[in-house]
Every structure is written in C-alpha cells, then in structure tokens.
Design a binder for this molecule. Structure first.
Ligand code: ATP
Length: 201
C-alpha cells in the first residue's frame, strides 16, 4: 500500500458532513475541508485577496480584510460575477488541498469535504465518494438554530445545491442521517470500516 486513499465527502447544508468528518478524524483520517480552504484562499495578505480587491474594491473593509457579506451580495444572483470569483478561489483551493495531501503518510485515508462535490469535476478524482443525506425538515431546523438565520435563507442555500436524490444515486456510500447523533456516529464508523477495507484490497 504505497499511496493515500482520497474520499470525497458531500451532502447538502446541515446534512451532517462535519459530524461524520469528526468521527472519521478520530478514527485516523486526515480531513481537508474545502470551505476552510476557500477562506484561506482569500486570507489577509494572500494573492487571492489582492485579486478580489482589484475586481471589487468595495468588498475590502477598512482594516484590509474581506467583507464576506458584501461579496456574497454581489455574487449571489449574478452568475458571471460568481464565475469570476470561482476563477480566483477554486485554483487556490485545489493547490492548498494538494499541498495538504502531499504531507500525509502513505496509507492514510484523506477525506475531502466538498459541499458541491458532484457539481464539480472533483468527484472523478476520488477513490470513493460518500453522501450524507438527511430529511429536509431536520436540516432546515438545525441550520436555522446553528447559524441563527431564518427559514427562507436556509431554503435559498438549499436550492443552490444538488438534489439529494442525485447525490444518493452517484455516491459510492450513502449515510442516512435520519435519527439521533449516536446513530449517525455508528453509521459513520461503519462506512469508515468499509473504506479501510477497500484500502487494503
Ligand atoms: P454545513 O454544510 O451547513 O456546514 P454539515 O453538513 O457539515 O453542514 P453538521 O454541521 O454536521 O452539518 O450538522 C449541522 C448541525 O446539526 C450541527 O449542529 C450538528 O451537531 C447537528 N446534527 C447533525 N446531525 C444530527 C442528528 N442526527 N441529531 C441531532 N443533531 C444533529
């Protein structure tokens, strides 16, 4: 076994991805979260942030950091602006993810947490993919509580993501998150066993 295993972990907003990733981290996986890397890509002092500042000077706050809500308002309903932003952020996220992967020892299970996994080409580069699927009603409730936002804002974010039925169809493994957290942990652990077994084949 002279290589790493790359697992793509996905699921809609509030589906339980982070909870699954936490279980796998404890089991020894290296977790690389695309959302975290996307923030790093435009961190203070980064080239990404300079490019954003050149394109949209108004989204840089007085202290030189990114005004995220202002940028979100610009790209939210404008596909062309969103494509420009993705063109700045995505290559950096990929480079950062590659750099992390390069550091892990052979045989490690590396989990890339990517909310839009099946909407991108990235899924094809994974050895296995896992979708976490939860009932809409519980997702809405949990995200409203976690992020202190209203129902309509959650629905808006859900609509921008892949239909869970599609993710369910395409994933190598599906984790149903339709019970309590202890059950989710057990199911996550069982899928980890399967991934570890795949690795040794
Ligand atoms: P996002 O994409 O929005 O970051 P996520 O898919 O990573 O979401 P989590 O953060 O894991 O989702 O879960 C959302 C919230 O719901 C968290 O506060 C988590 O603790 C809680 N949660 C997840 N699954 C359950 C469950 N089965 N029972 C109770 N609470 C849960």
């Amino acid at each position: 076994m002279g290589r790493i295993v790359r697992v793509g972990l996905t699921g809609g907003i509030g589906s339980g991805k982070s909870a699954v990733a936490d279980v796998w981290r404890k089991r020894g996986a290296t977790i690389i979260d695309a959302d975290v890397l996307a923030r790093e890509a435009v961190a203070p002092g980064s080239r990404g942030l300079r490019e954003v500042a050149l394109r949209w000077p108004a989204v840089i706050a007085a202290d030189g950091t990114l005004d995220r809500p202002a940028l979100a308002r610009i790209v939210f309903d404008n596909a062309a602006e969103r494509a420009v932003l993705n063109g700045i952020v995505h290559p950096r996220v990929r480079a950062l993810a590659q750099a992390r992967e390069a550091e892990v020892p052979d045989g490690t299970i590396v989990v890339q947490v990517v909310p839009l996994l099946f909407e991108s080409e990235y899924a094809r580069t994974c050895d296995a993919t896992v979708a976490v699927v939860a009932p809409d009603a519980s997702r809405i409730e949990r995200v409203m509580r976690r992020d202190s936002i209203d129902r309509e804002s959650v629905l808006q974010r859900m609509r921008a993501q892949i239909d869970p039925a599609e993710a369910r169809r395409r994933a190598t493994y599906v984790i149903e998150n339709d019970a309590d957290l202890a059950t989710l942990h057990d199911r996550a652990s069982a899928v980890y066993d399967a991934l570890a077994l795949d690795r040794s084949l």
